[in-house]
Design a protein around this ligand. Structure first.
Ligand code: PLP
Length: 391
């Protein structure tokens, strides 16, 4: 179309390089087995860590909420879109996280943007891990505060950053709890110690740790027993929680401030009843069925060990996020296509989601996968890996 020649040129280039992708359609629900292109395949690309997307209790609660409260809320939270269930959920979440308060955002993405763009000004500095999630990066882009990026999980560089910025009114150090593309865990106890020494605020994004790490899935703060020492916890309701949304958990003053000033909160409509009710039920399921988390970690250990035994490089992951490193962008996509042929859906991830020449097939096993499914997947990895010379 006229006017878009500049985009067409770039897309042609992506096609030539073998990195142009169309979206993969699921024709089923999000289970351990999904239907893609009319075929049942093993799902290894979802963030549905605990299998909650299809949990009967979540589905039933969502249906009941629609019956009682309708399909949508018709307003932003600050005008007419706060239903009792929003407030009840936030209190429940705060209790779960052992914080004074919690506030729900439309997504984890907008929660990060909302916090970072709102609570600092030009007198302040944000100090951020180099591999933090895109939503943290965008939040930093929107803040007037100064910025200092430290090398990934490099405590010496973080210390240097804290020393360099002592003139600022406030420093805020932000890190992913679990890094989303590599699956490594932030050294949170050391980060907290440094921040206490240098009087900085700590913010952790537990999107991949909520429901995965800590008692009943309370996240990295609980895992490292740092309650009361991390000022801001951001998380998502869209991954292990199985539904949709993001949250900020922390002191009451933070919640009060965000309600008045966080633009994604102020200017975007609140969660529909089905979503809020299902999220609430999910917290109850985390409390009632901790064995799901045990199963997730058992499956994680088994799958990682077997991949390594086959000769795959799974990077430095300590969590269910298991990258199978390939290197070349196009080869990663080819590997992913080959796996699909073999009955496994594992998406290739390339630049700009990960640095150039660090392309990979990223896998996430869930509590819902059976041992047989994982064994079948491993056989597919072996065949595809050998065929493409990756192992
Ligand atoms: C997925 C993710 C988000 C975004 O969460 P959504 O609820 O999907 O918007 C934010 N931060 C990290 C680290 C993530 O992995």
């Amino acid at each position: 179309m006229k006017g878009f020649e500049h985009l067409e040129r770039e897309i042609r280039d992506w096609r030539d390089k073998g990195v142009f992708r169309s979206l993969t359609e699921l024709e089923s629900d999000q289970g351990s087995i999904v239907t893609i292109g009319g075929r049942e395949v093993i799902q290894l690309s979802s963030n549905n860590y605990l299998g909650l997307t299809t949990h009967p209790r979540l589905k039933e609660t969502a249906l009941k909420a629609v019956e009682a409260y309708g399909a949508g809320t018709g307003s932003v939270r600050t005008i007419a879109g706060t239903f009792t269930m929003h407030e009840v959920f936030e209190k429940k979440l705060a209790q779960f996280k052992h914080t004074e308060a919690a506030l729900v955002f439309q997504s984890g993405f907008t929660a990060n943007v909302g916090v970072l763009a709102t609570i600092l000004n030009e007198e302040d500095v944000v100090i951020s891990d180099a591999l933090n999630h895109a939503s943290i990066i965008d939040g930093i882009r929107l803040t007037k505060a100064g910025r200092r990026i430290y090398n990934h999980v490099d405590l010496d560089d973080l210390k240097k950053a804290l020393e360099e910025t002592q003139g600022a009114r406030r420093r805020l150090v932000v890190t992913d709890g679990v890094f989303s593309m590599d699956g490594d865990i932030a050294p949170l106890p050391e980060i907290v110690e440094l921040c206490e020494r240098y009087d900085a605020i700590v913010m952790v994004d537990d999107a991949h740790a909520s429901g995965v790490m800590g008692k009943n899935g309370r996240g990295t703060v609980d895992h490292f027993d740092l309650h009361g020492r991390v000022h801001i916890q951001v998380g998502t309701l869209s991954k292990a929680i199985g539904v949709l949304g993001g949250y900020v958990a922390g002191p009451q003053v933070l919640r009060d401030y965000l309600i008045h000033r966080a633009r994604p909160f102020l200017f975007s409509t609140s969660h529909p009843p089905a979503v809020m009710a299902a999220c609430s039920e999910a917290i109850d399921v985390l409390m009632d069925e901790p064995e799901r988390i045990d199963r997730l970690w058992e499956n994680t250990r088994f799958f990682k060990e077997e991949l390594n035994r086959l000769g795959f490089d799974t990077g430095k992951s300590d969590t269910p996020i298991t990258p199978v490193m390939v290197g070349d962008d196009a080869l990663a996509m080819q590997f992913s296509d080959e796996l699909l042929e073999e009955g496994v859906y594992a998406q290739g991830i390339a630049f700009p989601t990960v640095p150039r020449n660090q392309a990979r097939v990223r896998t996430i096993v869930t509590a819902a996968h059976s041992k047989e499914e994982l064994e079948q997947a491993l056989r597919a990895f072996e065949r595809a890996g050998k065929k493409l010379g990756i192992i």
